[in-house]
Design a protein around this ligand. Sequence first.
Ligand SMILES: *[C@@H]1O[C@H](CO)[C@@H](O)[C@H](O)[C@H]1NC(C)=O
Ligand SMILES: *[C@@H]1O[C@H](CO)[C@@H](O)[C@H](O)[C@H]1NC(C)=O
Ligand SMILES: *[C@@H]1O[C@H](CO)[C@@H](O)[C@H](O)[C@H]1NC(C)=O
Ligand SMILES: *[C@@H]1O[C@H](CO)[C@@H](O)[C@H](O)[C@H]1NC(C)=O
Length: 512
Amino acid sequence: MKLVILVAVFGLSLAQHNPHFKYGRTSIVHLFEWRWADIAAECERFLGPKGFGGVQISPPNEHIVLNDPWRPWWQRYQPISYKLCSRSGSENELRDMISRCNKVGVNIYVDVVINHMCGAGGGEGTHSSCGSWFNASKKDFPSVPYSHLDFNNYKCRTASGNIENYGDKYQVRDCRLVSLLDLALEKDYVRSKVADYMNSLIDMGVAGFRVDATKHMWPGDLEAVYSRLHNLNTSWFPGDSRSFIFQEVIDLGGEAISSSEYFHLGRVTEFKYGAKLGTVFRKWDNEKLCYTNNWGEGWGFMPNGNALVFVDNHDNQRGHGAGGASILTFWDSRLHKMAVGYMLAHPYGVTRVMSSYRWNRNIVNGKDQNDWMGPPSHGNGSTKPVPINPDQTCGDGWVCEHRWRQIKNMVIFRNVVNGQPQSNWWDNQSNQVAFGRGNRGFIIFNNDDWDLDVTLSTGMPGGTYCDIISGQKEGNRCTGKQIQVGGDGRAHFRISNRDEDPFVAIHAESKL
Ligand SMILES: *[C@@H]1O[C@H](CO)[C@@H](O)[C@H](O)[C@H]1NC(C)=O
Ligand SMILES: *[C@@H]1O[C@H](CO)[C@@H](O)[C@H](O)[C@H]1NC(C)=O
Ligand SMILES: *[C@@H]1O[C@H](CO)[C@@H](O)[C@H](O)[C@H]1NC(C)=O
Ligand SMILES: *[C@@H]1O[C@H](CO)[C@@H](O)[C@H](O)[C@H]1NC(C)=O
């Protein structure tokens, strides 16, 4: 009997680590703050054809609407109810997006905010995205409904009611995160409301969830919520599929709570990955790219099967969350492309690419005064659509890193080499490194301040390959550098440290 229960629990938890990607796809893109109508169009015109596995969407539920500062991005991390109307669009638009993305093999992962509701100082009224009335000081959210009985009130022992010491795990989970009203997830009623919300999304056809602020919830409470979740919708996924769950736990070490407490429930965001990769590519702390020959678990990261990895995310690209100044974002585009290329070539973890919008960055004494700014918007506060320029880039302030040739082509590289081991490592004991993925792909970086000129074993079959960084294969033509691989698998590479992008990548499908 005990054995049966163990097997059941183990089976359930393992399932929640699987992203259920279609057709051998391998990466997620976070379309931060995009409207549902734009995501649906992007799935059809770009993400499906280019082999993206899925999209992380911004929270779809009703959220507070704030005037001061004006419509910050973080208003969506302050729920008012689980009605499905948000800054990104209506329930019908959400439904339409999910089914149109599913039809082209692109999964949807929903960012769910279930640790808390809006801030204690959120006021009262109908300043919410669906116009639901609420009273934050009374902890009254009739559209769920939640009352003051559904929050961690006296359970929190700090004088302020907020988390004051991250060394105390009771505070981190029972007190308010930056004054956000903390839900009592130990209550069956609260668990059922949260599970109903997530189940409505599962039934609509989503593939899983990014669980916001996971560190601030007890693993046992989350297990109780997850165990109530439906299997994925069989119109889109095989029978008995469990939702993919990746949990936001910021663990750079040295705190009371560790990522490993959540491994059995799903994957966990590995924040060390982007912080370290940024440090390496910036050559800070005497780091060198050659030291990444044991990148992954060898660097003290979590086990491969638990990790969700990224170079930057919507928080740490603007100085929120964790990772600090080393994080590489689109503002440092040359190094960012190299770091994303490295991540997508390397076998460790499930990979997520960030897709951002520009804001008026204004750093004073290390802090961005405009870190609150929301997405490109009209004067009335509604989010602007994402226009696509003739050269396939995005306009109106949308950065669309995922459309940059180098990043788009490395997403395809990862699909092509999927399942192959890392092989043929080479380095110059400095910042020039190369590695392959079996006989399916090879990548080489020059992050030194001098040229690279070397002949290496690639593991690839002989032939002429098109470099997918400086260009790409179009028909039988190569718009970038060509790489000759001999019958012995060896190839000569020259990369100037002054090249626009000082790295080269080839794969089985870029062979001419
Ligand atoms: C909102 O809650 C506060 C604090 O409990 C209370 O004083 C106020 O009357 C409430 N407003 C309404 C309209 O109920
Ligand atoms: C699953 O998705 C299909 C297609 O969108 C829909 O018709 C069906 O009602 C969904 N199933 C559930 C259980 O909601
Ligand atoms: C906001 O303004 C834009 C641009 O003028 C317009 O297209 C949109 O319909 C307006 N939205 C609302 C809710 O008024
Ligand atoms: C690698 O860097 C070293 C210095 O650390 C340099 O002497 C060597 O020429 C470089 N190798 C290549 C192939 O450029």
